[in-house]
Design a protein around this ligand. Sequence first.
Ligand code: NAP
Length: 256
Amino acid sequence: MARILLLGGTAEARELEAKLAEMPEHEVIVSLAGRTQAARSQSSINPTCVTRHVGGFGGVEGLRHFLAQEGVDVILDATHPFANRISWNVVDANEELALPLLRIERSAWQQQAGDNWLHSPDLPHAVDALTSGKRYLLAVGRQEAHQFSRRDDCWFLSRSIEALPIEYQIPNGKQILYQPDGDLETERDLLARYSLDGVVCKNSGGESGYAKLLAARDLGLIVHIIERPNSPDQTSVDNIDTALLWLSRQSIDKTA
Ligand code: NAP
């Protein structure tokens, strides 16, 4: 039996958790940072073989301690492409233990014909790159949206799954709540209804978030796209099936 630490917070992690919950040969600890109410209140899919750890580990040292204390055999890092610190932490924490570690990271979106993308290497550069007087759909997540407050020469329709804390709200704009569902029509309507000139987003990849980029292309709007941070050099796959195949091979290696 393998004891797996699954670092989550993404749709892929939830999908992986559901698959692993049907495999009684594994014991799984799903770990969530606990940033959202949903993450804090969600219960395990199958409490017999899947338990939850909610909240940080206390940096590299804390994570190293957790791996040893919990007797973890395998680590699956299915955190978001922009959740970079935890991915570096897990590599550092695992340096001596050398447990099998797999990164599951969805592919980045690629610019297509008809797209009008302006690439920014990081969020502060995207803040600087905006055009004065323009109106933007801001879809960068609730933790970082407030960094756009300093662009009081622009207007923002700030969109996130959960509300921004009061101190993080952007004065020059409006906030709406939204669970991405990948519907192109909805995105086109939204961009048109608020007379938006462009979209600001991270290159998160994935299907549900792509509709806003398709809508921007259809309407000829600019997309300020924030590129992914540098990630550690490690074994990586971009889908759940390949991750499960990799995992089955680790089990074979363990019992060989
Ligand atoms: P981060 O910058 O990489 O991590 C900051 C700290 O949060 C880590 O050092 C760790 O605390 C804790 N942490 C992060 N992910 C964790 C996990 N899965 N389990 C336990 N602790 C975790 O991460 P972030 O950008 O704040 O994202 C937090 C979570 O939200 C991630 O799990 C990610 O998958 C999800 N998420 C992030 C984004 C995004 O755009 N960043 C978007 C969607 C979902 P300690 O140092 O105390 O261990």
